[in-house]
Design a protein around this ligand. Structure first.
Ligand code: GAR
Length: 221
């Protein structure tokens, strides 16, 4: 088997996606190693999760840096010193500077709780409910200079129910995030990802088998 892919995971909050990555590594379904966890929020619960699993964690507070650039330079240096091959944004609520993108070209991925390009940014489950979409979901994508605009690696689609609240929808989406993020990282670890402009192809991936989804379901048509 190939050497495990070296990850740097950036968090700001609960860290449930970090937990899912840890769990997949520990059960052997993700060939990766977390070299460093970085949080920009000293109160993030993800810090506790990382420590429970003996992972190195660093906390960088914005107020300790003069500018966004200085903050990012410190993060870049830390990731490089840890020989990180893939930067994984897992609920990291901050836009990266151009220097960060240049330091890790096509080597930064993010998970977003909506079916991009619909509903980028924040409070996206609320946005989806207010818009009245019948499906939402989550997206893993490469990070580029825009907000949630980079090439898409994998998406998961979920129905939105009439009685959904922001919380119930977010919880169902999060469950799917925990499935697709480790899978996207494993695609990367396996060298299966080909990027051609905006399009990402996964070498030897099966064609998705269902012809279409309907919400509400079709009534006999
Ligand atoms: C997740 O839903 C993730 O998709 C979202 O923050 C949550 C973090 O949860 N990220 C974004 O909205 C980024 N645009 P977690 O800390 O439990 O993994």
């Amino acid at each position: 088997m190939a050497d495990p892919l070296k990850l740097g995971v950036l968090i700001s909050g609960s860290g449930s996606n970090l937990q899912s990555i840890i769990d997949h590594i520990e059960k052997g379904s993700l060939n990766a190693i977390i070299k460093i966890v970085i949080s920009n929020n000293p109160d993030a619960y993800g810090i506790t999760r990382a420590k429970k699993h003996g992972l190195p964690v660093l906390i960088f507070k914005h107020e300790d840096f003069k500018s966004r650039e200085d903050f990012d330079l410190e993060v870049i240096k830390t990731l490089q010193n840890n020989h990180v091959q893939l930067v994984v944004l897992a609920g990291f609520m901050r836009i990266l500077t151009a220097a960060f993108l240049r330091a890790f070209p096509q080597r930064i991925i993010n998970i977003h709780p909506a079916l991009l390009p619909a509903f980028p940014g924040t409070h996206v489950q609320k946005q989806a409910l207010e818009y009245g979409v019948k499906f939402s979901g989550c997206t893993v994508h490469f990070v580029d200079g825009g907000v949630d605009t980079g090439p898409i690696i994998i998406q998961s689609v979920l129905p939105v129910h009439d009685d959904d609240t922001e919380e119930t929808l977010a919880a169902r989406i999060l469950k799917e995030e925990h499935r697709i993020y480790p899978q996207a990282i494993q695609f990367y670890a396996d060298g299966k990802i080909e990027i051609d402009g905006r399009k990402v192809k996964i070498k030897s991936a099966n064609k998705t088998s269902f012809p279409a989804l309907h919400n509400p379901p079709l009534a006999g048509y």
